[in-house]
Design a protein around this ligand. Structure first.
Ligand SMILES: Cc1cc2nc3c(=O)[nH]c(=O)nc-3n(C[C@H](O)[C@H](O)[C@H](O)COP(=O)(O)OP(=O)(O)OC[C@H]3O[C@@H](n4cnc5c(N)ncnc54)[C@H](O)[C@@H]3O)c2cc1C
Length: 392
């Protein structure tokens, strides 16, 4: 058995940034586990473009180094916003090599409480003891599959997170369910890859994001006004964005207002650059799928307007629902001790759970610290707050 002061689980933007921040504390022994940038590399479609703007795509570093600008300048890669998924993965790996060179790629199978801290079991039987644990394990476990599709064989339906290569759908009839960025972008990529695509969305229309509106604002009102309305973190609509960028202030508001701000900031929406790419893709708005059953090697889908269609595959762009009970590596005892609300842990300062010494970063922190936590730009606040708590 080996031991350390802090074990960090996850090597995506949050785990990498947390490691960079905590490693800067003198005398603290930090160990980090996980496959670097694996969710972005394996669970998002090749060809995807990041929705967040350039500034909001930098992973936080305690000395403000290793920004997206430095990556571009030091590697000589010429690219601009919107940043492609491929470039962002390269950036994350570049950040990891410099800030987290000792990364242990092994998976943590189980975390239990033990005297004076936690026991972490690795897949190969090794046990690591840690005084504190920081969970930055992302949203892959939370992919939401509506019950209407649960009886279909996996070859007939899949969640967007199950694919990175969409080329296998070329020439196939595919129904995409959902109206958010991941459904719309997958539909565009499937269409461009030669699939026959239709979208069914519960929303009455697509809410297109402000990208170009922001440019228009820059033009008409000037950079200053635009900056007053939109924080550089790029989460939330005009004005609200400034509040979302300040979780300490947001947390002081009544719960009902915090909830409204969270929903308003992450409602299903599409980036403007998708408008032209989806022009030839039929979209059924304000509609839901009521049933989906196997019909030979196809799927018969009934929609609530009474229409039916038979397709070869149903693609679920139905998003993610945080529920930390789905983090299977948490022992049942630990699960029970973490105070939660509707699947979200209730976190205190330093993003610490009700179990002292156990912290959770990323999307599960959104109920306590707001929607910023669901995005890369939240690494700045979250990792500084974590560091402050640990130093104290
Ligand atoms: C389609 C799509 C597009 C998106 N676009 C954007 C965008 O443009 N901008 C933006 O800011 N956000 C975007 N997001 C949100 C994005 O997922 C999060 O911002 C980001 O991934 C959060 O980073 P993370 O470190 O919390 O999680 P992840 O990046 O998911 O990292 C999780 C890490 O945990 C590791 N891990 C998990 N379980 C274990 C275990 N048991 N043991 C060891 N390691 C483990 C994984 O290997 C991985 O390294 C998008 C999400 C989706 C689905």
């Amino acid at each position: 058995m080996t031991s350390c002061d802090v074990a960090i689980i996850g090597a995506g933007p949050y785990g990498l940034s947390a490691t960079a921040h905590l490693s800067a504390i003198k005398g603290l022994e930090v160990r980090t586990f996980g496959e670097p940038m694996s969710f972005w590399d394996r669970n998002m479609p090749t060809g995807m473009l990041l929705r967040s703007n350039w500034t909001a795509t930098t992973i936080a570093h305690p000395e403000k180094r290793l920004s997206l600008d430095s990556f571009r300048d030091e590697t000589g890669n010429a690219f601009a916003a919107p940043v492609s998924l491929e470039r962002f993965v390269q950036y994350g790996l570049w950040y990891q090599r410099q800030a987290v060179p000792g990364l242990d790629r092994r998976k943590i199978e189980r975390i239990d409480s033990s005297s004076g801290g936690f026991r972490l079991n690795l897949g190969d039987g090794e046990v690591v003891k840690a005084r504190r644990v920081v969970i930055a394990a992302g949203i892959a476990s939370f992919a939401w599959r509506p019950p209407e599709f649960q009886n279909l064989a996996s070859g007939m339906t899949s969640h967007t997170s199950e694919h990175c290569d969409l080329s296998g759908f070329s020439g196939k009839q595919v129904l995409v369910v959902g109206g958010g960025q991941s459904a719309l972008e997958s539909a565009a990529l499937l269409h461009e890859g030669g699939a026959e695509v239709e979208i069914v969305s519960r929303s009455a229309s697509v809410h297109w994001l402000q990208g170009s509106l922001s440019k228009t604002l820059h033009h008409k009102m000037g950079r200053l006004t635009s900056r007053m309305l939109y924080a550089p973190t790029d989460v939330g609509p005009a004005c609200i964005s400034q509040l979302v960028a300040r979780p300490d202030m947001l947390r002081r508001l009544p719960r009902s207002i915090q909830d409204r701000i969270r929903l308003r900031s992450v409602r299903p929406a599409g980036a403007r650059w998708l408008v032209s790419r989806l022009r030839k893709v039929p979209i059924q708005f304000g509609r839901s799928v009521v049933s989906a059953v196997a019909d030979g090697d196809r799927v018969k889908v009934r929609v609530d307007d009474g229409t039916e269609r038979t397709v070869q595959h149903v693609f679920l762009g139905t998003g993610y629902r945080v529920d930390i009970a789905k983090y299977r590596f948490l022992s049942p005892g630990l699960q029970e001790s973490i105070k939660c609300y509707k699947g979200y842990p209730q976190l205190e300062h330093g993003l610490e759970t009700s179990v002292p010494g156990l912290h959770i970063l990323g999307a599960p922190a959104a109920w306590s610290f707001g929607p910023l936590m669901q995005f890369v730009s939240g690494t700045h606040y979250a990792c500084q707050e974590l560091k402050r708590r640990i130093v104290r």
